[in-house]
Write a protein that binds this ligand. Structure first.
Ligand code: PLP
Length: 391
C-alpha cells in the first residue's frame, strides 16, 4: 500500500538541501545570561526574556504560591470552567500598565492576534499590513478572509497611497503592525501611523510583543514611549517576552474587551492560562514598573554591544530595541557563523527563512538586563573570531 505521507520525505529533503532544516538545542538551565548546554556554559544572546524576569526569585515565588493554592491547570475555557480571581487581577493590571480601560487575556500572543484580527474584520473588509509583520498577524489576516494590502516595511507613504486608493470603499479598514519588529528590532513611527489611521477612519491595531517592558518610562511599550496611549484603539501584547511568563493580551476600551469575550474564537474555545503563569505575570509587571534600573542597564548593554559590533565591520540592521540583527546573508554562512559562536561559548541561533526573507539570514542578538559589561565584551570577541572566515 502507498504511504500517503510519502511526500514528506521529498519536502524534508528540500528543506535540508536549502540549509533550512531546524534543530532544537536543549538548555539545562533557565533563561539567564549564561546557560548550560551539554554540561558547558554559554553566554545566551537569543532570549526574549529581556529583563531576566523568567528566573527572578520574586516572580518564581508568586508562581509557586499560586501553584500551591490553585494547582497546575485552569481546567478549561474561562466561560465554561470558571475564571480565577488571578485572571481578573492580571487583566486589571495590564489595563493599568497600558493605560487603557480594560484588557483581556489569551493563552498566547499568537492566539490573541489570530483571534482578534479575524473577529474585527471579515471578507468584505480591508487589512493594511506591514510586510515584516509577525506570522501571527499574517495568519490572523488570512483567517479573516479580508483583502490584505501589504505595505513596504515602515513606509507610511506607501501605506497612504494604498489608503487613498481605497478611500471611497465603504467597509471596515484595519491597519495592523508590530511596534518593535521581531526579527529587525526597528520601531514603527507610531504618531504618524496614528495620524494616518485617524485621517482615513481605520481601526489601528498594534503588536507590542517586543516593546513591552523595554520601551517607555514605565516600560509600558511604544504607546507610552510616543505618548499616544489614548489614540490606539487595539493594543496587543505578550506575557511571554520581557514579562517572562506565558500568554497574550488585548488592551483597549471596555466595549472592545466585551466584544472579544463574546466573539473571539481563540478566546472562547481555548483553555485559559494556568494560575502559576498568571501570578508570575502579575509580579513581573509590578517589577517592570518599580525597577526602571533594569531598563536603564539593558539600554547601556545594548549600546555597548552595538558600538562593539560596528567596530568589527559586521553589518547590523538599524534597531531601536534590545533586538540587534547582525546581517550575514545566505543560510549556509549564517549557519557556519552561529556554529563558530557556539564553539566559542556564545549561544544564539542563525535566523533563516521563513522567519526572514531569503538572502537576509542573520544572527538575531537579544540583550538581557542581566548581561554584564563583561558578558558583552566576551561575546564581542567571539563575534570577531566568527567573522574572520567571512572577510
Ligand atoms: C511580534 C510578535 N507577535 C506575536 C508573537 C506571538 O506571541 P506568543 O509567543 O506569546 O504566542 C510573537 C512571538 O513570537 C512576536 O514576536
Amino acid at each position: 500500500m502507498n504511504d500517503p505521507l510519502e511526500w514528506i520525505k521529498e519536502e524534508l529533503k528540500q528543506i535540508h538541501d536549502k540549509q533550512l532544516f531546524r534543530l532544537l538545542t536543549e538548555l539545562e538551565t533557565g533563561q539567564s545570561p549564561e546557560v548550560t548546554i551539554d554540561g558547558k556554559r554559554f553566554i545566551l544572546l537569543g532570549s526574549n526574556s529581556y529583563l531576566g524576569l523568567s528566573v527572578d526569585p520574586k516572580v518564581i515565588e508568586s508562581a509557586r504560591l499560586a501553584l500551591e493554592k490553585y494547582g497546575t491547570g485552569s481546567g478549561g475555557s474561562r466561560l465554561v470552567s470558571g475564571s480565577f480571581d488571578l485572571h481578573r487581577e492580571l487583566e486589571e493590571k495590564i489595563a493599568e500598565f497600558k493605560n487603557t480601560e480594560a484588557a483581556i487575556l489569551f493563552s498566547s500572543g499568537y492566539l490573541a492576534n489570530i483571534g482578534t484580527i479575524s473577529a474585527l474584520v471579515g471578507s468584505d473588509d480591508i487589512i493594511y499590513s506591514d510586510e515584516l509583520n509577525h506570522a501571527s498577524i499574517i495568519d490572523g489576516a488570512r483567517l479573516s478572509r479580508s483583502t490584505v494590502r501589504i505595505y513596504k516595511h515602515l513606509d507610511l507613504n506607501h501605506l497612504q497611497e494604498l489608503l487613498e486608493a481605497d478611500k471611497d470603499r465603504k467597509c471596515r479598514k484595519l491597519i495592523v503592525t508590530d511596534t518593535v519588529f521581531s526579527m529587525d528590532g526597528d520601531l514603527v513611527p507610531l504618531p504618524e501611523l496614528v495620524e494616518l489611521s485617524e485621517r482615513y477612519g481605520c481601526i489601528l491595531m498594534i503588536d507590542e510583543a517586543h516593546a513591552t517592558g523595554v520601551l517607555g518610562k514605565r516600560g509600558s511599550g511604544a504607546t507610552e514611549h510616543f505618548g499616544v496611549e489614548d489614540r490606539v484603539p487595539v493594543v496587543m501584547g505578550t506575557l511571554s517576552k520581557a514579562i517572562g511568563s506565558l500568554g497574550g493580551y488585548i488592551a483597549g476600551s471596555k466595549e472592545l474587551i466585551d466584544f472579544i469575550r463574546n466573539r473571539v474564537r481563540s478566546y472562547i474555545f481555548d483553555t485559559s492560562l494556568p494560575p502559576a503563569s498568571i501570578a508570575a505575570s502579575i509580579t513581573a509587571i509590578d517589577i517592570i514598573g518599580n525597577e526602571p534600573q533594569r531598563r536603564e542597564h539593558l539600554w547601556n548593554m545594548v549600546k555597548q554591544f552595538k558600538t562593539g559590533i560596528e567596530n568589527t565591520g559586521l553589518q547590523i540592521l538599524p534597531s531601536h530595541s534590545a533586538i540587534i540583527p547582525v546581517l550575514i546573508g545566505d543560510a549556509e554562512p549564517a549557519l557556519n557563523f552561529a556554529k563558530m559562536l557556539r564553539e566559542n561559548g556564545v549561544f544564539t541561533p542563525a535566523v533563516r527563512p521563513p522567519s526572514v526573507p531569503h538572502g537576509m539570514c542573520r544572527i538575531r542578538v537579544t540583550i538581557m538586563a542581566k548581561h554584564t559589561g563583561e558578558h558583552v565584551d566576551t561575546a564581542l570577541k567571539v563575534f570577531r573570531t566568527a567573522y574572520e572566515p567571512l572577510k
